[in-house]
Design a protein around this ligand. Structure first.
Ligand SMILES: NC(=O)CC[C@H](N)C(=O)O
Length: 292
């Protein structure tokens, strides 16, 4: 099997690209960190790659809303690249933290959710939506249509940095194959997953799109919104990551690339048995194996 080639997308403010490329390399892929500017000047560059990964950070300083400017730049200048990775069926897309925020703004994680009241929706509906929740002109949505879900500010309104337990649901997500639980660091300010309404949330749940969720130390999810700090941001249904219908496009807020080695675990010196790797590595291995 030839090693799949990964395009780790950089933008001004990206700060997890080196670790993310390293995680992919450790899993057997070939990873290159490419600045968004290099892609806009040579749009055919993306054709050399099979995996697109948008890593974590503060692209464009999180101005307007985290991920918004990079997503807009991609939508306007790199539409062919988005099509190549998202729609072709042969490639994978991973967004980590700021990368998930970009994928949410692009609308590629929540496609296929029906909007029953669309016919009656008016421009006033859009005006009436809470402006502080980042509801905006997500991809391909007419001005008056509110996207099925978004990411907004953590409940406490601050940047939160801590380790979290995660439970993996049965979904088609390629990256989470054969993983039940993970312990990973999260580090974000705008990571609260909010569905447009109960109907949109149920559609995403029924379609197996809510791939990974915050849980307690035993892997249990006892309530629809677990208390802080188990659910670090107060997001709906404890959602930490979402995949598209095919399972090839996946975004998650916690950082798998920060737990690929067992010694990155906060209590590693106190553990009786050292696992061979950190919990996050399997996600990158699953991506590589998908091409085998
Ligand atoms: N670690 C990250 O990628 C941070 C994401 C984003 N800047 C936020 O604070 O929400």
């Amino acid at each position: 099997m030839a090693a799949p080639r990964v395009l780790v997308l950089r933008a001004p403010g990206t700060n997890c690209d080196v670790e993310t490329a390293h995680a992919f390399e450790l899993a057997g892929a070939t990873a290159e960190r490419i600045h968004v500017g290099r892609l806009t000047e040579n749009p055919a560059l993306h054709k050399r790659y099979q995996i697109l990964c948008i890593p974590g950070g503060f692209s464009y300083g999180d101005d307007i809303a985290a991920g918004r400017i990079l997503a807009t730049r991609m939508r306007h200048h790199l539409d062919e690249m988005i099509h190549h990775f998202v729609d072709s069926g042969d490639n994978l897309v991973l967004g980590i933290c700021n990368g998930m925020q970009v994928l949410m703004r692009l609308g590629v994680l929540t496609t296929g959710v029906k909007t029953p009241q669309l016919a009656e929706a008016t421009a006033e509906d859009a005006v009436a939506s809470p402006s502080d929740q980042n509801w905006g002109s997500e991809t391909n949505t007419p001005e008056f249509e509110i996207p099925p879900a978004t990411l907004t500010w953590n409940n406490h309104g601050r940047f939160e940095d801590r380790w979290v337990h995660l439970a993996v649901d049965k979904t088609p997500c390629v990256f989470l194959k054969d993983i039940d639980q993970m312990y990973l660091p999260m580090a974000h300010a705008e990571g609260k997953f909010v569905a447009r309404d109960a109907d949109a949330l149920e559609q995403l749940r029924a379609a197996g799109r809510l791939a990974i969720r915050y849980c307690d130390t035993d892997g249990q999810i006892q309530s629809e919104t677990l208390p802080f700090p188990i659910n670090p941001n107060g997001g709906d249904a404890n959602v930490a990551g979402v995949c598209d219908a095919s399972g090839r496009v996946f975004g998650l807020m916690p950082h798998p690339e920060r737990h690929i080695d067992a010694t990155q675990h906060p209590f590693w010196t106190r553990r009786k048995v050292q696992p061979e790797h950190g919990d996050g590595l399997q996600m990158f291995r699953n991506a590589v194996q998908w091409f085998a």
